[in-house]
Design a binder for this molecule. Structure first.
Ligand SMILES: Nc1ncnc2c1ncn2[C@@H]1O[C@H](COP(=O)(O)OP(=O)(O)OP(=O)(O)O)[C@@H](O)[C@H]1O
Length: 245
């Protein structure tokens, strides 16, 4: 179910970091959240998952809000954080089982899906391993498998490409494509603009905690007056605007 953000203002203390954000991530589409370091991408994602409380504004997933029904809201979201978060005392298998329990998934139906992903990510023979024995990329793949085993309505992926090898990126994009085809909404924050341009249906450009522009590439080209501009060119144009402020 679509993510809709209305007039969202929020942050960490009294001073807002994100200001009056309005955007949506529709079903069956990949939306890329783009912006300079510190623009507010991760802060926006932290508000969506409920880690931070809005100062004002609303966030809905379909008809669900965190305040109305926290359990249903949380189950509608699968989240791949920028930095993998794993429990040192749990094995890979235990992480997978914990996720199945948290999302109330039927284990018999879910294990075949999980095993296929473990094969893809070359983790199938590591079910008894602990996170300390995994590389950074392997930890990220564990987070990906945990997220993509679910039937969430919204997949939130924070900077997914930096820790993965090219094969890992390719395999992640295949999973994203599967979920998009199944009708899920996908919101992905990234600095890898050529991949974002290839994969995303629409873009949300954040600047200084506000939405500078939204739309597909053609719409951004019009808004920035760059008729044949690539996402790189549009991003650079936005950077220069920021430098003048
Ligand atoms: N835990 C925190 N406490 C206080 N301020 C924070 C905290 N985390 C981030 N900020 C501030 O919020 C602003 C937005 O940071 P955020 O992490 O959302 O940016 P980002 O767009 O995700 O950046 P990057 O591309 O570097 O990951 C920055 O000014 C940052 O200093």
């Amino acid at each position: 179910m679509s993510l809709v953000i209305n007039h969202l203002t929020g942050g960490y203390g009294a001073m807002p970091v994100i200001k009056n954000l309005d955007f949506s991530a529709p079903d069956g589409e990949v939306t890329a959240l783009i912006g300079l370091n510190g623009a507010g991408k991760s802060t926006t994602i932290k508000h969506i998952i409920g880690l931070l409380k809005p100062m004002s504004g609303t966030i809905t997933i379909g008809d669900k809000t965190l305040a109305d029904d926290p359990d249903a809201y949380r189950q509608a979201i699968a989240y791949v954080p920028e930095t993998p978060v794993l429990y040192p005392e749990l094995t890979l298998k235990e992480h997978l089982e914990l996720t199945m329990m948290a999302y109330q998934l039927d284990q018999d139906q879910t294990w075949p899906k999980v095993n296929a992903m473990l094969e893809t990510f070359r983790l199938a023979n590591k079910l008894d391993w602990f996170p300390d024995n995994f590389s950074k990329g392997m930890k990220q793949k564990v987070m990906i498998v945990c997220a993509f085993m679910t039937d969430a309505d919204l997949f939130l992926i924070d900077e997914p490409f930096t820790g993965l090898d090219p094969l890992g990126v390719h395999d992640l994009l295949a999973l994203v494509e599967e979920k998009r085809a199944a009708g899920a909404a996908i919101l992905m924050s990234t600095h890898i603009l050529n991949t974002a341009e290839e994969v995303a249906d629409q873009f949300v450009l954040l600047k200084d905690g506000g939405v500078r522009a939204t739309g597909d590439l053609a719409s951004l080209q019009r808004q920035f007056n760059l008729p044949a501009g690539r996402l790189d060119d549009i991003y650079l144009a936005m950077t220069k605007e920021a430098a003048h402020e």
